[in-house]
Design a binder for this molecule. Structure first.
Ligand SMILES: NC(=O)c1ccc[n+]([C@@H]2O[C@H](COP(=O)([O-])OP(=O)(O)OC[C@H]3O[C@@H](n4cnc5c(N)ncnc54)[C@H](OP(=O)(O)O)[C@@H]3O)[C@@H](O)[C@H]2O)c1
Length: 295
């Protein structure tokens, strides 16, 4: 049985039909997202992972979300999804623990009959540092938690997805790999490896029915919903990181053509699309949600 989102939650097509030579692709009222039976695993339920979990939960997909330390947020998300009629549960998971990653992935498939989608939306908090000021041990910790963490997740997920008949892997990365932002190296360098991993897996696992895609994001407002609010927020900052944070935010805002931060819901919509059957021929792609920042 296919799961279909309610009409109010469907992505609306703009045209009644699209002509391609002698083929007309029917697209009557809109594009409904459908999903196979089984669950989605969302690793990292912060700003982006939380929105992706809500979006998939609303679409009727049972969702397993993981947190490292913030159990309260995870439990609140689970309650929110359940209150909207969805199925959800939360697990503590530290991506540094290889055996635990494998266990969580296998448990999802066992408990829900199948795991069809895995979303990597995790990463440690990022101090803003130039490479010249970055202690090698700091970069090492970020590579272990972020790049290697995503590697562990995908490595353990691939055989589980394959046993279920295929599925989708999606990783949240950063636009800073396309337009360098001074002091943002601890985000960009590990996420570059994550993006490479996505392409590698997409090439190697297409024959197994496994798709892998990356979503670079620009700035998704957590602390501010407009540039004005962001300026007020950073202006009030104190401490040694404040000047670098202000400079980074100004640079980032100067890149964003749409003149506003994105919302986590906007990224959640893309994640849901990539996990859906409507993205069945999409793999190895980089679909940015950055308001035009990398143009
Ligand atoms: N938001 C943006 O504008 C933006 C822009 C570019 C890139 N990014 C990157 O995109 C990713 C998601 O962004 P976000 O805004 O959703 O970040 P966020 O709100 O800080 O959430 C990060 C999530 O990762 C989890 N996590 C951290 N270290 C972990 C570990 N070792 N093992 C397992 N989970 C771990 C955190 O768990 P706990 O909270 O429980 O510790 C949290 O759930 C991050 O890597 C971020 O740097 C974000």
């Amino acid at each position: 049985m296919k799961r279909q989102a309610p009409a109010s939650q469907r992505l609306r097509g703009r045209r009644a039909g699209v002509s391609r030579g002698d083929v007309t692709l029917p697209s009557p009222a809109g594009v409904a997202l459908t999903f196979p039976e089984g669950a989605a695993l969302i690793v990292g339920c912060g700003n982006i992972g939380g929105a992706a979990a809500l979006r998939l939960g609303e679409a009727g997909v049972p969702v397993v979300l993981t947190y490292r330390g913030n159990a309260r947020r995870a439990r609140a998300l689970v309650r929110q999804i359940q209150a909207r009629g969805g199925q959800a549960r939360a697990h503590q998971l530290d991506l540094l623990q290889d055996a635990a990653v494998g266990r969580v992935v296998r448990d999802c498939a066992r408990d829900f009959g199948r795991l069809h989608s895995v979303v990597y939306a995790a990463g440690p908090p990022i101090p803003f540092l130039r490479v010249r000021d970055m202690p090698p041990r700091t970069l090492e910790r970020h590579l272990l938690a972020d790049s290697l963490g995503c590697f562990r997740l995908f490595h353990h997920a691939i055989p589980v997805l394959e046993r279920g008949g295929g599925g989708s892997l999606t990783a949240i990365v950063t636009m800073a790999n396309y337009r360098a932002i001074d002091t943002d190296g601890l985000s960009a360098i590990p996420k570059a490896a994550v993006e490479s991993l996505v392409r590698q897996v997409a090439a190697e696992e297409a024959a197994a029915g496994i798709r892998a895609n990356a979503v670079p994001i620009g700035w998704v407002g957590g602390f501010a919903s407009s540039f004005a609010e962001a300026r007020a927020y950073t202006a009030a900052m104190t401490g040694p990181e404040a000047p670098a944070t202000r400079a980074l935010m100004e640079r980032l805002m100067s890149f964003i053509r749409m003149g506003r931060p994105g919302t986590a819901q906007e990224v959640g919509n893309i994640v849901a699309f990539l996990a859906s059957e409507q993205a069945s021929y999409v793999t190895g792609c980089v679909i940015a949600a950055d308001g035009g920042a990398i143009l």
